[in-house]
Design a protein around this ligand. Structure first.
Ligand SMILES: NC(=O)c1ccc[n+]([C@@H]2O[C@H](COP(=O)([O-])OP(=O)(O)OC[C@H]3O[C@@H](n4cnc5c(N)ncnc54)[C@H](OP(=O)(O)O)[C@@H]3O)[C@@H](O)[C@H]2O)c1
Length: 296
């Protein structure tokens, strides 16, 4: 009997390919489930490339077992369309690790996973899909998970892999810290520019003002974050390679639906719940929503 759990990965895109490659390198390759059938996955990183043998299954009816651990790396806009996969992969003994942005993974996934435990994560590394369907990993893979008993299964599965896993006793604060970074990255969509745009003084000022608004909402949701966080995030964009994008910009440029609601809309929605004015969100969110869904 294997020491490691049976593992499936749903959504072998930029993040999913990275995790699949990390598992494959140590002999724990997951069953790959996706929308598009691929013969293999390719991850390019600083020192070379990793080829993960396929196939990527594209029909949930092909599965005959449920899994101990399911990594979910479809975009949050793709969860509803992935329902038949989630139903086929999960039962009440499954741990579902959401490799997705936002602070709402549990409420989005729980109704679809047959009573499985849903564990959110914060994904800290940028990866991007290339035109040849390979994935370019642009930093060392790292995840943060809430320090809950279910996290042990993920920690064990990713032990001794190139993907580091940290546990946090205050996951709420970590998740909101990342959300703030994602929210302000949404400005790249509206400017149609990559991280280099933050070197402009006017964009720096807008980003700091927007982050201040997001920070007020995050604190109302229980995040413990210092006043410095806005400047720290902007400093991070100043240090980033000028050509560093963000997955929501890649989606906009490819004319795909945007994760605007879980990255930006959430600040406006929770702001309304708490009676916090969100004047910058009130401009940014409708523009992102219209960019995503039109009409026009
Ligand atoms: N990329 C990053 O740098 C990054 C960093 C941090 C967090 N994140 C977050 O991580 C999550 C995943 O992002 P990503 O960039 O990895 O997305 P992605 O590259 O677009 O990958 C999504 C994957 O899901 C598959 N998929 C879509 N609909 C499906 C369905 N109905 N059934 C099965 N598979 C389906 C896609 O298949 P196709 O091949 O057919 O499109 C693709 O393989 C998002 O929440 C994102 O915000 C991303």
């Amino acid at each position: 009997m294997s020491d490691f759990p049976t593992i499936a990965l749903l959504g072998p895109g930029a993040i999913g390919t990275t995790i699949a490659a990390a598992l494959h390198e140590v002999g724990r390759a997951p069953v790959l489930c996706g929308r598009t059938a691929h013969p293999q996955l390719i991850l390019r990183h600083d020192e070379g490339e990793i080829v993960v043998p396929g196939p990527v299954l594209s029909d949930p009816a092909a599965l005959s077992q449920r899994f101990d651990l399911v990594f979910v790396a479809v975009k949050t806009t793709q969860v509803a369309d992935s329902a038949s996969w989630l139903a086929a992969l999960c039962d009440e003994n499954t741990v579902v690790c959401a490799l997705q942005n936002g602070v709402e993974q549990k409420s989005q996934l729980e109704p679809r996973v047959n009573g499985a435990s849903v564990l959110p994560s914060v994904v800290w590394f940028p990866a991007q899909r290339e035109p040849d369907a390979s994935v370019w990993l642009r930093a060392k893979p790292r995840l943060t998970l809430p320090d809950e008993p279910q996290a042990k299964r993920v920690v064990e599965a990713l032990s001794n892999t190139r993907c580091a896993v940290e546990l946090s006793a205050d996951f709420t604060s970590i998740a909101w810290r990342k959300l703030l970074q994602n929210a302000v990255a949404g400005l790249m969509v509206l400017a149609n520019r990559r991280a280099g745009m933050f070197s402009r003084g006017d964009i720096t000022a807008l980003a700091l003002a927007y982050l201040g608004e997001c920070l007020t909402v995050a604190r109302a949701e229980g995040a413990v974050l210092s006043d410095n966080v806005a400047q720290d995030i902007v400093d991070g964009f100043h240090r980033a390679p000028a050509d560093l994008g963000t997955s929501i910009l890649a989606d906009r440029q490819a004319n795909r639906p945007l994760e605007w609601d879980i990255r930006n809309g959430v600040v406006q929605r929770y702001g309304r719940t708490h009676g916090i004015p969100t004047p910058i969100s009130d401009v940014v969110v409708p523009l992102l929503a219209a960019g995503s869904e039109g009409p026009g």
